[in-house]
Design a protein. Structure first.
Length: 278
């Protein structure tokens, strides 16, 4: 199995087996494991009225055949809402607004559900960064490090952060994208592909992320600023967001069987993520 040299603060700690915090029983008396999953955001970005406000973790039940129905639903796949429905189905607290959870928290739950449902080993084809040879590698999902939120929002209970753009010297307030944002972006991107239009992914994601520029919140003005934004400003902002966005580090170390080099790679989320035998 591939080694993970950054195995600190993992999704389920350092244990090789997944600890069960509790169990729930169905109508036939079957015991379904319930796990406690850490939230990378620590809950500080959710408003006081949210059931996630100030929460460091949430409880989820292990996946069953019911959740497999969700994963194979063509209607949900087409709408891009599979992950939302999956998380909603497994969360113990049904008051949680899953669509408005930030992507990093949702990803933490997604990895946890994959581990409890099908095991922590994830086999996938990856390209060696050193020699480009593709090989099948096995990674331990339970060892993926959690990247906790380390910057403070402009105000507790808000998903709004500040960054000073290096070229224009303007103050940009941005937010981390939510599940709802990701769903809308995916639908928009697919629609543009079908019509032959450019997906404009960089500007689209920035348009969803940026809240204000020097205090200006008018969406049309922000969109205009983004289109003419100096490339260095755009890159600096995107790097800052990527560096500080809480979530799961979907990176691990692999040893290439061709050139024998140890390299860190980003784990692709292919069909095998939720279907190990696919």
């Amino acid at each position: 199995m591939a080694k993970n040299k950054r195995a600190s603060n993992e999704v389920f700690g350092k244990s090789s087996s997944i600890p069960t915090s509790d169990v729930m029983k169905d109508e036939f008396g079957f015991e379904i494991p319930v796990e406690v999953v850490p939230l990378p955001s620590g809950g500080v970005i959710y408003p006081e009225k949210s059931s996630l406000h100030g929460k460091n973790s949430v409880e989820v039940k292990a996946m069953t055949a019911r959740e497999e129905d969700i994963l194979t639903s063509k209607a949900l796949i087409k709408k891009g809402t599979v992950i939302t429905h999956l998380i909603k189905s497994c969360l113990i607290d049904k008051s949680v607004d899953v669509r408005n959870m930030i992507s990093g928290d949702r990803n933490a739950l997604m990895v946890a559900l994959r581990v409890t449902g099908y095991g922590q080993e994830y086999k996938v084809d990856v390209d060696c960064p050193a020699c480009s040879v593709r090989s099948n590698q096995a990674f331990d999902l339970a060892e993926l490090p959690i990247k906790s939120l380390e910057i403070a929002p402009v105000e507790v209970g808000t998903n709004v952060f500040s960054f000073d753009l290096p070229i224009t010297k303007k103050t940009c307030e941005f937010r981390f994208l939510t599940g709802k944002d990701e769903e809308e972006i995916m639908v928009m991107t697919e629609r543009k592909k079908k019509t032959g239009l450019s997906d404009n992914l960089v500007t689209t994601r920035l348009t969803y992320s940026i809240v204000s520029i020097d205090g200006v919140t008018d969406r049309s003005k922000i969109a205009g600023f983004i289109r003419n934004m100096p490339a260095r400003d755009s890159l600096s902002l995107r790097r800052f967001i990527d560096k500080h966005e809480p979530g799961i580090e979907m990176k691990a170390w692999m040893e290439c069987g061709s050139c024998f080099t140890d390299s860190e790679v980003r784990l692709p989320l292919g069909a095998g993520f939720f279907w190990p035998d696919a």
